[in-house]
Design a protein. Sequence first.
Length: 317
Amino acid sequence: MCSFSSARGTGRVLCLGLILVALHPVQMVAQTVSGNDVRPVVLTPDDSSHQDGKGEFLPEWHAGISNIPGDWLRFARVAFTSRYAPIMAGTAGLTVALVAADNETWRRSHEWYTGSHTVKWLSDQVEWVGDGRPQFGLAAAFAAYGFVAKDSRALRTGSQIVETILASGTVVQVLKHITGRESPFVSSVPGGRWDLFPNQIEYSKHVPHYDAYPSGHVTTALATVTVVIENYPEWWWARPVGYAAVTGLAISMGNTGIHWYSDYPLAVVLGYSFGMIAAHPLELGGLSPESKPGEPEFSVAPLIEPERAGVMVSVSF
């Protein structure tokens, strides 16, 4: 059993690693393009994608932006189905367990951070990795190489990185503006105050007092890593290096007081899911798991129409 309240140094690294390893195998969206749970996209003249002369899938130049609304719908169709209810319940349970230990975890992390010049320096250096600039820089690097080398896969990867950062980042920002949780370094109560649906003017004036949950740094970093891994499966080193970087980022932000450890489980689910969605552009219907014959299917999705808005619940038999 991994205990954050008693973890120190290497033990804390292993604990964060276990969260990533435990949640990653949960294939919320797809395993591979040819996975059993998804159907490949059927390209039509109206699709924002095509194939190059080598048969490589290549999105249109605007796909990194125009695909985003579809990504949100695809995530909703997958995340709010009965098949994935255990995944969401497990994420919620892990978050609650970590919330209970947050204050003690933060205290020990802060002691570790202030008590070691090496830890402090490393934490301060690694923290910037998740602020978006490195991810967009990586996307630009893939795109530049793709243009120069006429490499469709590199162009696709760059486009999908931009897409997944914007799609997942928007969801994270909505959740932050709803949950209104204090960051550790400005916390006024043990574990940080939660101010559901906070005053948005106050939010804009005092952002650290409201934007801890969930972690946007971890979400976008893991989404980026997932896109790269899915596009370059032959890069055997990308998975361990990428996951190690995300784990180090999470620990660094815990040390510096930007995030609580309970801010991470949902961030991992969001990052991995949106990374898979972007890396496997599928038809909307194909993203929903195949139902077994005779098995009812339950789904929940947002409903937005010109004169009304709400939640649509459907059950099919």
